[in-house]
Structures are given as structure tokens and as C-alpha cells.
Design a protein around this ligand. Structure first.
Ligand SMILES: Nc1ncnc2c1ncn2[C@@H]1O[C@H](COP(=O)(O)OP(=O)(O)OP(=O)(O)O)[C@@H](O)[C@H]1O
Ligand SMILES: [Mg+2]
Length: 238
């Protein structure tokens, strides 16, 4: 059974159609890359799957482990194991890095989670989140907190953005560690080399998934700036 199935999804925001007949499925323990140009709706799709306020579909169905989650609230979807690492890291302050990552649960190996994202535990465990942290450091802390949650489905919205010090190898290791921990990953990215670390990939264009195939096929199609929605013409959504 597929972990996530998005069927014939339609969604509008501010009078603008964002999705129109979108289909996407994610297998258990699959790293599934989602590519699309700026403004194509990648983040919006993650928000619709998570059930964020204002991101209620106007049509279609979202199934998680075979059951519809359309009527579930965000926290109920989180309890099922769906988690998002936001494209822009939280501006949260006044909480220790350790508390943020482990939510006070002694069973979580916080140091291991920090090491996963390339942060030295001895420098960060006791530290408070405040203005002195850079965007990249915040992003890593957020990735560590998502990893600590042991989600079934991790929606990672451009996990590499702002993290210039993480090498491609480190990002690959981090993404694969979600899979090793039993999770599936929706890996939202612009970068071809990140697409290539996935098991499968989909391209979003014109409110639809226009291609789901191997990462290499999708990366080639994405680069060609052509898509089926645009009828083989130069892609106006690119
Ligand atoms: N809350 C909102 N109100 C109005 N329009 C929105 C809102 N959220 C998204 N949009 C619009 O929906 C479209 C898709 O935006 P979205 O952020 O999902 O794209 P994206 O593919 O994640 O882009 P990027 O690559 O820049 O992160 C854009 O046209 C955007 O302006
Ligand atoms: Mg986005």
C-alpha cells in the first residue's frame, strides 16, 4: 500500500488556481523528489498535505496509509506521523536547542540528532535559540527536530537552502537517514544533484504533476524547460 496518495487535487488561493487535477503518490520508505520552478506550488503542496490553515483543497482526496485525511486537522495529521521542515526556518527564540529538538523527551538521543545535521552537540546542546543563530544554523536545528520526531512522512521543503556548509554527501546522508529510520521523504528541491539522490521524482508544472519517473529522467525533463501541460511548447511555467 502506498503511504501517501494525492488524488485529483484542486486548490485555490486568493482567487488563483494553484492545483488543478494533481496526482501524486509516495511509497513507504521512499525518497521522492519534487521539482518545479519558483511559484509552481511546491511549498503549497506540502502545506495542503500537512493541513495548514488556509490550505484546504477545493477538490480531490488525500489518503495516508489508505485512509482519507481530508477531514483531519493539522495536529491529527502530525499524530499520524506527517511532519514538515519549513522552507524558512522558525524565528523562535528563548528555548534551548536541546528542548526544541527533543520536546523534553528523555528517550530522544538529542546529541545524535544534532550530529545528523552537522552540528557539534557540545556547542549546541546547552545553547539557547536567539538572534545570534544564523539562518543556516536554524535550518539545521529544525531538520534535527524533524528527525527526532521519527515521522512516517517527512516533508522537507528545500532542506539544503541556506545550508552552504553541508556538502552534497552530508545532505544525502541526512536524507537517507530518514529512510533508514523507516520514513518516507518528500524532498522539495531546485537542485538537480539533490533530485538524483531520490528513489523517484515528480515535476510540478501548471498545477499538475506532469511527470513521475526516475530521478535522472525527471531532472533531464525539468532542465529541458518543456512539459506536457504546455503541449510540448517552450514551457511558460518554467
Ligand atoms: N498565502 C498565500 N496567499 C496568496 N498567494 C499564495 C499564498 N501562498 C502561495 N501563494 C501563491 O501560490 C503560488 C505557489 O507558491 P509556492 O510558495 O507554493 O511556490 P513554490 O513552488 O514553493 O516556490 P519557491 O520555489 O519560490 O519556494 C505562487 O504564485 C504564490 O504567489
Ligand atoms: Mg517554496
Amino acid at each position: 500500500m502506498q503511504l501517501l496518495q494525492v488524488k485529483n487535487l484542486s486548490f485555490q488561493i486568493g482567487g488563483q488556481s494553484i492545483f488543478d487535477g494533481l496526482d501524486l503518490s509516495i511509497n513507504p520508505r521512499e525518497i521522492h523528489a519534487l521539482v518545479g520552478t519558483n511559484g509552481s506550488g511546491k511549498s503549497s503542496l506540502a502545506y495542503v498535505i500537512l493541513g495548514c490553515e488556509g490550505y484546504t483543497p477545493t477538490g480531490g482526496e488525500i489518503l495516508f496509509e489508505g485512509s482519507s485525511i481530508n477531514a483531519l486537522r493539522l495536529y491529527e495529521r502530525a499524530q499520524l506521523g506527517i511532519t514538515l521542515c519549513w522552507q524558512e526556518p522558525a524565528r523562535l527564540e528563548g528555548i534551548s536547542v536541546a528542548d526544541y529538538v527533543n520536546l523534553g523527551k528523555a528517550s530522544i538521543d538529542t546529541a545524535a540528532c544534532l550530529r545528523r545535521v552537522g552540528l557539534a552537540p557540545e556547542q549546541y546542546l546547552q545553547r539557547y535559540i536567539d538572534k545570534t543563530l544564523s539562518g543556516g544554523q536554524r535550518k539545521r536545528i529544525e531538520l534535527a527536530s524533524v528527525f527526532a520526531l521519527r515521522p512516517k512522512l517527512a516533508l522537507l521543503d528545500e532542506p539544503d537552502s541556506g545550508i552552504d556548509l553541508l556538502s552534497l554527501g552530508e545532505i544525502e546522508e541526512l536524507i537517507h537517514s530518514f529512510k533508514e529510520a523507516g520514513a518516507s521523504v518528500l524532498l522539495i528541491t531546485h537542485r538537480e544533484e539533490i533530485v538524483l539522490i531520490a528513489d523517484r521524482a515528480s515535476q510540478l508544472c501548471g498545477g499538475k504533476i506532469v511527470l513521475t519517473a526516475t530521478p535522472a529522467e525527471v531532472a533531464t525533463h525539468y532542465k529541458s524547460r518543456r512539459c506536457t501541460v504546455c503541449d510540448g511548447q517552450e514551457c511558460h511555467h518554467a
